[in-house]
Design a protein around this ligand. Structure first.
Ligand code: TXA
Ligand code: MG
Length: 306
């Protein structure tokens, strides 16, 4: 596909930054999932993100920075606990919800007073953002409600020619989206479990993170999201999975349940492959709800929701 460019090519970061500067969209590799990135400085690019994804306006976007010194430009009144945490965790799969500054467009926040921000670990992503000079807004590069993309080919399959260039940096190493922590509540809340284990974040902060209350604030908190076309049945053990497959010989087992990092890294690719192969029934084993298992369970539950 002609709009895929290799991350190793000499001029890739420069070309991608040019696209951002003229208000275009790029498929951005990150350690979690591929993003659909547009410049925060271009209202045209921001509107196009919603159009191309088929995402309802009002669903807020994550702002991606190249370095920590950009944080104060986009957020204000950042609590010290949040500063210490991002100093320890960035670049990495952690997104923090903070009070927005006046530099953040209403399109990004969906008219909220808050803004979600992260620094991705993927080096190519950071060089592109640094070269562009402004932050980029980037949701996952899938059609709204569909399974997130973990390869450049997945981005092409969902969004194709509607993206100016897709930077191919190989499969995402983590494979599930970033963990989102809300620092605008009196006690920080977990808005979305993700690639950074909650236990590790709590240990770094020395406090317990609360479960979210109030209205559903993240679209990832909607019940049905990350959904494949085939039906997904969840079980708690391998023997349970085997019993189902005995009866439904056409069912496909989602693999790697014994190895959480591999399970997370391959989950979306396996669901996409099963859809491509026309598989009607997938069976997946719920991991224990600790570490990466918490994010995997969350995505499985949403993918299985009818
Ligand atoms: O790992 C990731 O976070 C990936 C990569 C590309 O960085 N991005 C990602 O973006 O997952 P997206 O748009 O698919 O999910 C962003 C989540 C949504 O559930 C959205 O509702 C929530 O972040 N979010 C963003 N800004 C918010 C805000 N101001 N208040 C509440 N939730 C917010
Ligand atoms: Mg998404």
């Amino acid at each position: 596909m002609s709009n895929i460019v290799n991350s190793n090519a000499m001029d890739t970061a420069e070309r991608a930054a040019e696209v951002l500067t003229r208000g275009g969209l790029i498929g951005l590799p990150t350690e979690t999932v591929y993003g659909l990135a547009g410049s925060v400085a271009s209202e045209r690019a921001l509107s196009k993100i919603f159009e191309v994804k088929g995402r309802p306006v009002g669903h807020p976007l994550i702002v991606h920075l190249a370095s920590l010194d950009q944080l104060d430009h986009y957020a204000q009144s950042v609590p010290q606990t949040a500063v210490s945490l991002v100093e320890a965790c960035w670049p990495g799969p952690l997104t923090v919800l903070l009070q927005r500054s006046r530099h953040v467009s209403d399109l990004i926040t969906g008219n909220r007073h808050t803004v979600a921000i992260r620094i991705p670990a993927n080096e190519c992503a950071r060089s592109i953002i640094a070269m562009h000079g402004h932050a980029v807004a980037a949701p996952s590069a899938n059609r709204f409600g569909h399974v997130s993309p973990t390869t450049a080919e997945h981005v092409v399959a969902d969004l194709g020619e509607n993206v100016d260039i897709i930077v191919d940096d190989g499969p995402c190493t983590i494979g599930v989206e970033s963990t989102i922590i809300d620092f605008t509540t009196p006690v920080p809340q977990l808005l979305r479990p993700g690639g950074f284990a909650l236990e590790d974040l709590e240990e770094l902060m020395g406090i317990h993170v609360a479960m979210p209350d109030g209205e559903s604030r993240a679209s990832g908190m909607l019940e049905s999201h990350y959904a494949p076309k085939g039906k997904l049945q969840l079980v708690d053990s391998l023997p349970d999975a085997i019993s189902i497959i005995r009866v439904h010989s056409e069912a496909r087992l989602i693999d790697h349940w014994g190895n959480l990092p591999l399970y997370a890294a391959s989950l979306y690719a396996q669901m996409r492959q099963a859809d491509k192969d026309g598989v009607q029934l997938m069976v997946a084993i719920n991991p224990a709800p600790t570490g990466l298992g918490r994010a995997i369970r969350d995505r499985l539950k949403k993918a299985a929701h009818p």
